[in-house]
Design a protein around this ligand. Structure first.
Ligand SMILES: Cc1cc2nc3c(=O)[nH]c(=O)nc-3n(C[C@H](O)[C@H](O)[C@H](O)COP(=O)(O)OP(=O)(O)OC[C@H]3O[C@@H](n4cnc5c(N)ncnc54)[C@H](O)[C@@H]3O)c2cc1C
Length: 375
């Protein structure tokens, strides 16, 4: 048997890639997972996971209960001036750091028999005569019947594939800290500032995640992140208090640039795109991780159905995946893009706070629109 030939190669070992490769391998489909970095590592992420995926993770023995994830079922929203609205979250979620969660799933993938190459970057993928050739940065080439691209919101591969969204500059940057701070254990707070919003919630081990999305011009108008926070974020008294009382646990924050919420395709050149590679929902919705897990499950199930002869050919794999992906995620991404406009501006943020205070049940319905069904 050719050691460089796999049934499926999964590119990118975040949640979408880890879940899809575990599901495939557990169904007997020989899978290779390729991840650029080495586990464990931190990522810019609010680390609040919607409960829509909890039953699935439990069923698959993939729920990291032993880390004691925080239980988050209350939502606080503030405008830029610090006026606040509070509601219960319709479904709720849990908090766990990506440092722990992704490493835990990586261990599970290895245990399951997935072949994993870490510290390995994919530089190109081509499709010829019904077979994929996956080229690594080292020059090595591997082959597979299927490719699942789960390489996240932005990668050099997007340029290589000449994807549309990469041609346009995106105005957002993301910043994350872990901190020790006195903050209610069951609350996810979302606090507006000019040009952005900051999420605050507990993860495991008494640690609190502080993660914000900001327009890039906030940073351009200040000489560094710390100055930007003092000049812009601290105008919200809640954020000023949080930042000033926090004991930051990182030497410096995790930062990412060029975060795009534009539409992307879920199938390109016969490759199935999963997680953020198929579309990133605005972080204020708090369910990009749940969508990554769910789409990883859908991509792998579609391929498993092919090997179990429930799907007749490649064309049907692609059309099935596209259809199911659209049913589950297209509307949520659209609502997320629309809701994003309500944030980062005092007038609109204060209207949102007033709306949540006056019409809590309608606000809960709106939150539900960005969340999926338990599966
Ligand atoms: C500021 C911010 C806050 C957020 N907060 C939340 C939140 O609180 N809750 C929530 O549910 N979602 C949140 N999200 C969204 C969430 O982080 C993503 O939706 C989720 O991480 C997507 O997972 P993924 O598996 O698609 O991609 P990722 O987790 O990004 O994984 C992609 C992987 O691919 C690897 N990779 C990239 N290129 C290559 C290559 N060429 N070769 C090999 N490997 C490669 C990367 O190293 C990476 O490990 C937030 C996003 C942002 C920007």
């Amino acid at each position: 048997m050719d050691k460089n030939k796999f049934k499926v190669i999964v590119v990118g070992g975040g949640l979408a890639g880890l879940i899809s490769s575990i599901c495939l391998q557990r169904s007997g489909v020989k899978t290779l997972l390729i991840e650029k970095k080495e586990y464990p590592f931190h990522r810019v992420c609010g680390e609040y996971i919607s409960n829509e995926v909890k039953p699935f993770l439990e069923r698959m023995d993939l729920f990291p209960a032993h880390f004691n994830p925080s239980v988050l079922n209350k939502f606080n929203l503030s405008d830029i001036k610090g006026n606040i609205a509070e509601i219960d979250l319709p479904l709720g979620g849990f908090g766990i750091s990506r440092f722990q969660l992704d490493d835990f799933l990586y261990q599970k993938a290895v245990e399951t028999g997935v072949e994993v190459k870490t510290k390995t970057e994919v530089s190109d993928i081509s499709f010829n005569e019904d077979e994929f050739t996956v080229k690594l940065k080292t020059g090595e080439q591997l082959n597979s019947d299927f490719v699942i691209n789960a390489y996240g919101k932005r990668s050099k591969l997007d340029k290589t594939f000449n994807r549309d969204f990469i041609k346009r500059k995106s105005p957002f940057l993301g910043v994350k800290y872990h901190a020790k701070i006195d903050f209610p254990k069951d609350v996810i707070g979302l606090y507006n500032f000019k040009g952005g919003y900051c999420g605050v919630s507990h993860v495991e081990d008494e640690k609190v995640n502080i993660c914000y999305l900001s327009r890039r011009e906030n940073l351009k108008n200040n000489s560094n992140i710390a100055e930007m926070e003092q000049a812009i974020l601290f105008q919200n008294p809640i954020l000023k208090d949080i930042f000033e009382s926090a004991e930051m646990l990182f030497e410096k924050p995790e930062v990412i640039n060029e975060i795009s919420f534009e539409r992307k395709a879920s199938v390109e050149n016969h490759m199935l795109m999963a997680g953020d590679t198929a579309g990133l929902i605005t972080p204020l919705c708090g369910n990009g991780m749940a969508m990554a897990i769910h789409s990883g499950f859908i991509a792998s199930s579609t391929i498993i159905n092919f090997y179990e002869q429930k799907i007749k050919d490649r064309a049907e794999v692609e059309s099935q995946y596209e259809k199911v992906w659209n049913n589950h995620f297209a509307k949520r991404l659209w609502v997320g893009r629309k809701t994003q406009n309500l944030f980062g501006n005092q007038f609109r943020a204060s209207l949102s706070v007033g709306f949540v205070n006056k019409f809590p049940s309608m606000a809960k319905k709106l939150i539900q629109q960005t969340h999926g069904e338990v599966f």
